[in-house]
Ligand binder design. Structure first.
Ligand code: NAD
Length: 307
């Protein structure tokens, strides 16, 4: 793939991973962040993530040479062919950042927001040229999770969609088109349909939280990385799938809003790992051990699936 100039706005958790992924694929990446500490920490943060992924010192040094840190948006986007915004999840802030990007980036640059849940259409609503604006929803950690959802608004051109799909595929990601700007895109809609039922099972006293997590991890969770639900429906037969849906769907949770149990937990300060108690009890060591296990699992899975 041709070497391009890319820009990443925001050098945090997502921004550093997006930058290292693009730089590892041979792109030049200009990163900016208004916080001096975030800018200063970027090389070490990228180095740590690359080392965790088993990248050698020599290769890491080459990747770092392709990442340049700027103290302004103007400097970072001046020559960019693509701009990835990974700033805090605040609508007015993102709109102001894109106004600044539009004023400073080449007129041909493709402008991408990494928002988790906010409508791309609203983030881009004040741009003069909305045809080159879209969503690229990377998942955390962006250098370890292959998926990037590429979200089209009603104004996004096919050329901008296709070019972004190409760039991301060339960088080793698994880009997937989301043809309408709907809340949660694809991944979070699927994920939270499952979480809604998970919370409901506990709320209804059908099982405890440990049972919910054990059932998923010890059953279909094992297959999910290689067998998607619609592949699975074909595997068992759409006729069997219809029979199952005829029996079970009417009993599944379908309330429009969040669970009262979840609301009560938040009101009582049972916030999960950060407060030591959520659906489960957590010591800081247990929380850290699980975070580390997720990373080592993702690394092992990548090796396994590559083979
Ligand atoms: N963390 C996740 O799991 C995850 C997953 C997918 C998408 N996202 C989205 O990615 C975006 C970034 O999230 P994050 O987790 O990296 O947050 P983060 O807090 O780790 O990083 C945000 C960075 O943006 C910087 N920043 C603050 N104001 C800025 C400005 N005006 N211009 C540019 N940068 C600015 C901050 O200094 C910080 O370094 C958010 O929209 C978030 O919703 C996060």
């Amino acid at each position: 793939m041709k070497n391009l100039q890319t820009a990443v706005i925001g050098a945090g958790l997502m921004g550093h991973g997006i930058a290292l992924t693009l730089a590892r694929a041979g792109q030049y990446v200009a990163v900016t962040d208004p916080m001096p500490e975030a800018r200063a920490a970027l090389p070490a943060r990228v180095t740590d993530s690359l080392h965790l992924m088993g990248v050698s010192d020599t290769e890491t040094a080459k990747i770092l040479k392709r990442i340049e840190v700027f103290d302004s948006v103007v400097g970072a986007v001046r020559e960019a062919a693509y701009v990835f915004e990974a700033a805090p999840e605040k609508m007015a802030l993102k709109q102001a950042i894109f106004a600044e990007i539009e004023a400073s980036a080449p007129a041909t640059a493709i402008l991408c927001s990494n928002t988790s849940v906010m409508p791309i259409t609203e983030i881009m609503s004040q741009l003069a040229d909305k045809s080159r604006a879209l969503g690229t929803h990377w998942w955390n950690p962006p250098h370890l999770i292959p998926l990037v959802e590429v979200i089209r608004t009603a104004d996004t051109s096919e050329a901008a969609m296709a070019a972004t799909m190409d760039l991301l595929a060339g960088a080793g990601k698994t880009p997937v088109r989301v043809e309408k700007d709907v809340p949660g895109f694809i991944g979070n809609r699927l994920q939270h349909a499952l979480w809604r039922e998970a919370v409901s099972l506990v709320e209804r006293g059908i099982c405890d939280a440990a049972a919910v997590d054990a059932v998923i991890k010890a059953s279909f969770g094992r297959r999910l990385a290689v067998l998607g639900p619609l592949e699975n429906a074909d595997l068992v037969g759409t006729d069997l799938t219809l029979d199952i849906h005829n029996t079970v769907l009417a009993d599944l949770e379908n309330r429009a809003g969040p669970s009262p149990l979840l609301q009560q937990m938040v009101a009582e300060g049972r916030l999960g790992m950060k407060s030591g108690q959520g659906f489960h009890a957590w010591t800081p060591e247990q929380a850290q051990a699980l975070r580390a296990k997720v990373v080592s699992h993702l690394l092992a899975l990548e090796k396994l699936l590559e083979g």
